[in-house]
Each structure stands twice: as C-alpha cells, then as structure tokens.
Write a protein that binds this ligand. Sequence first.
Ligand code: 6LW
Length: 534
Amino acid sequence: MPRDEIRNPILRGFNPDPSICRVGADYYIAVSTFEWFPGVRIYHSRDLENWRLVARPLNRLSMLDMRGEPDSCGVWAPCLSHADGRFWLCYSDVRRFDGNFKDTHNYVTTCTSIDGKWSDPLYLNSSGFDPSLFHDDDGRKWYTNMVWDHRPDRTFFSGIVLQEFCAESQKLLGRPKHIFPGTELDYTEGPHLYKCGKYYYLMTAEGGTGYGHAVTMARARSIDGPYEADPSGPVVTARDDPDWPLQRNGHGDLVESADGEFFLVHLCGRPLDGTRRCTLGRETALQRLELTEDNWFRLQGGSHLPELAIEPPTLRLDEPVVEVQRDEFEADELDSVYQWLRTPYPESFCSLRDSPGRLRLYGMESPGSLYHQALIARRQTDFVFVAETAVDFEPDNFQQMAGLICYYNSRKFHYLYISTDDDVGKHIGIMSCEADPTSAVTFPIQEDSVRVPEGPLIWLRATVDHATLFFSWSEDGESWHKIPVRLDQSLLSDEAGIEGGEQFTGAFVGMSCNDLSGSRKHADFDFFSYTGKG
Ligand code: 6LW
C-alpha cells in the first residue's frame, strides 16, 4: 500500500552530497563515498521513497586508486545527469585534507545503462572540487566547479567557475569564467545548473558542511551570469535552529517529475541526542519545492526548515526494498551492501572461494593504515543495532588479529579482536582509537583480556544503542558473554576529534583481519548479520 507520506531521511546512514536525475519514470541518486571502494553509490527509485542500490560505477584501477589518501579524501560530491542517450557522472578524487591544499582532480565518465561498465574516466581539471555538468537545451554542455584558493587572508572557497565542455573533442573550451562569488554564508561549493522558463538557476551549498550548512539558489538570464542570489536567503537550512531534528542541511540538487512537480534532495545530519555528533554521518533527505510567482525555487510552505515528512509525488510505483540481514557468504560475489578501504584490488585480501561458504580475509596492515587494510564493512544505518559474526582464526603471534570492528576511520574505531600472545595464549581483546590526533590506540581490557579456546569458531557481537557500544562473545552462538566495558560509539562520528573533527563519512561495522608481521594469516568469517532497530 502506498503510504501517505515520505519520511526523511530517504537514504539513511552515510549517503552525502546527493545528485539526482530522472529518466522517464526512473529516478537516480548518486552519493559520495570518500575513501570507501568502489567509488560512488547510485540508487534507483520510481516513487522517490524506496531506493535500491543499482550501481557502484568507480570499480576498477583505471577509474580509482585511493591507496595512501587521507581519511575523508577520495571521491567527493558526484554529479549524475542523463543526455544524448547516456548517463554522465562527474566526480572529484581529493588527495589532501588538512591545511591549505586539496589536490582535487575532477573527472567525467559515461555509460548508456546505469549498471553497465562505465567508460574510463576523462580527466577535466583540478582547480577545485564538486564538478558538475549541465546539458543545455540547445545541445551545448556547461561544466562548473568550485575554485579552491590556498592563499592566505581570504576564503578558501573563491566561488563557482563555468566552462563549456565539448563532448566531441572531449575538452573544456576557453577559459573558466567566475559566475558566482557566493553569498555572505561563504564556503560556496556543490554547484548545479538548471534552466527553467526564462532563467538559468545555480544551486550551491554554502556555510560549510557542518551546522551552518545551507542550500542557496541564484539565477541569471544567461548561462554565464551575472547570477543574483535569492534575496530571501537559503532555500533550506537549519543553521539558526539548533534543535531542529534535521541538522546540517545543505548540498542539494533538484529534479522535476514527469508531471511537473519539483523536488529537492539534500544532505542532512541527525546528531545523537544532547550532542553535536552524527554517527550516521551525512544522510540524504527529500523536500518538495515550488516555483513562486516571481520565479524563485522555495520549499513548499515557504519555510527554510526541512520537513521530516513530505507528501509523496502523484505518480507513484511502490517498490519496497528488503535488505539482507544475515549473510551466510554463499553467493559468488560480495553483497553490494559492503565496501572496503581505498584499494582497487579487493581480491588481494578477500575471497569467497578459498573457503566456500565463508568470507576469507587475508591479514593485511593495521586498522590505522591508509594503504592496505583487510576490512569489509557496511554502513551503520540505525541509531540502535546489533551486528554479529563468527570467525575461525588461529593466530600464531600477537601481530595477527581478526574480528568485528566498528570503524569510522583510521583514528576512530572500536575493535573486538582475537589474537594470541605468550602470556595469555589465544584471547579476545578490545582495541580503540578514540579520535586521538596522534592515532594512539587504547586497550580497554588489557589487564583482563579473555582467554578463549583453540577451536573452530568464536562468535562476536556489537550492540549499539545511540552513544553506547558493548561487545560480547560466545563459543556456540547461544550463550553470550558481555564484556563489561561501555565504549563510546559517539566517537565514531563526523564531529569527534581534534577541533570538531569535521569529517565527512559515517560509522561502519564489519570484519577485519590484520597481520602486522606480513605473513598474511587468514581468518574465515562464517556469517555476518546486521539487525537495525531504528
Ligand atoms: C563536498 C561539498 C560538501 O564536496 O562537502 O557539503 C564536501 N558539501 O560539496 C564533501 O562532502
């Protein structure tokens, strides 16, 4: 039965910087993936409510290699469009996070079907991130990106530039033209161009991707400006309403339905109660837009605050999406719910064939590594969840570890691992990195690490309730031992860390195997389950 409202967020958990396009009755949203491989996730829906993951286009070495890239670098803000019988996807591969530089390389790839093999990327430029392509109705194509200015005593975000893109010669033509400096909100990024009636519209994200974030709109009579910003301020923001349930609203894109209704997708964050920490990262929400009599796009109802629930489109086709909750690893390929870090070579550490019915991970670098980790994980999509696995692992020395990990990035994780040493023998330990800028790890049960029997399987469980994480273990999957240490799950958030952290992804939970000795000791995971409870 179609429901009478669509609840926000529509894409829960880490799904930021949404870009939406419609082809006939089909809607597609592409989101950023940062250091998680494969790059970009594209969801499909016919009713704007039920979204199914249908493509992960940047899936091979020639498209993406993020080994060594810092946390929250990699693939930023894609732009998905459809023209001339194919999909076009622009994206940035950002290679530096801190300090004055970004080293952001922008590419475009195309494909005639959303889930086909996307073309090897065409390099476009590196002057700033958030590349975006607009297909005008006269056949010309226009490329925009934000410009990053590393110089002192000025904003890093120096506005939006425009350049024509020639699809035949595959080149950007002429010199880039500054078309919009941004408003006083600053941090102008995430440009998308549209044409509607007598105006071109330029949507941008402003105010930074934290609690000052906003979607702003400017318009011009010709494509290259001058663009004037909407005098009534942002289309959507909660920057002045810290208690509004959807925070950090910004970075949006609009779409028109087949029967002329306008919708906005935008990113948002839902901080844990009483905190400014989003463990679910930046999520995607949907709003209704209307065009006013004087031709500005505003939220339906006239507020700047995003709605928690909106009226569904009139044209609807329901497609409920059922996610696999327990993976027995019987399939030939890893389910697309999982991602891994940075490397385009998953076969170098991960196999479903070497031990049929199990996921085998070959131990690689440490959980702090920016190069080659054997870590397979899925997004945390609920504030309350239980994740379980059972692992067959016989470590030979203390440098070999395998287990269940709640992971945000190389400086924020809680790891329930099995290892061995001369004092205790085979045991379970916990290793946490608590957003420490020096990357130092703590061992909360170092004095009381739990000796476990040699033998085929040890079950491991993570129980998360908002800011609280407890780990448990079992010898048979029935009788569980809860480790009496309350871990702070809120550290696995965008905001935790030095100077507010301000990172861009979201918490994951998954399986990890490390062999710091280099002998690639493997661990076999019998199943992985995730049960979300809202
Ligand atoms: C993205 C930019 C932004 O490229 O944050 O919130 C950056 N908006 O547009 C990283 O997601």
